[in-house]
Design a protein around this ligand. Sequence first.
Ligand code: GRF
Length: 204
Amino acid sequence: SRLVVLVSGSGTNLQALLDAIDAHPGGAEGFGAEVVAVGADRENIAGLERAEKVGIPTFVCPVKAYGSREEWDTALTDATGAHAPDLVVSAGFMKIVGKAFIDRFGGRFINTHPALLPAFPGAHGVRDALAYGAKVTGCTVHFVDSGVDTGPIIAQGVVEIRDEDDEAALHERIKEVERQLLVDVVGRLARHGYRIEGRKVTIQ
Ligand code: GRF
């Protein structure tokens, strides 16, 4: 499978995918997927540097470079589509895509979220779980639908919240689980194919 990965920040989830593909005895062929491009909504982030370092094409669509949100969404859709992805992976991409993107990639567009959806959706899932006093949280890999963090869930990982946790410490512990969960899910979706029926995801 051809993967396009969308990032907005440090790109450690992207790096985990690149490392897993690289470490697979059969390489991209064996893993079942290769990262053909990395896209972002902003310049000068580590996520883009991680791709550039290994010669993976990148593209950047800053929202403010376009006259409207719809124009941005169309530009992002076209820039992503130019790489003919089989699967689009949002790994720390911090923008909500619009109708054009979902129309084009819905059903083959996944996101990783640092909380146990449907709990704590949105941009501050780690902070919200901590503030709420939850005892466990975790991460969720799901298909993206027209809502925010509402699509069919593929896999989840649980992480305990410790009394001494602050947001950064908890997020780092979540990311350790999240990176492995994402690599496992992407590999399985790519190698085995999958079906989505309502909210149920079946990996063949
Ligand atoms: C991840 O925890 C992701 O779930 C959240 O932001 C983080 C991005 O981390 N939305 P990175 O850019 O992959 O290091």
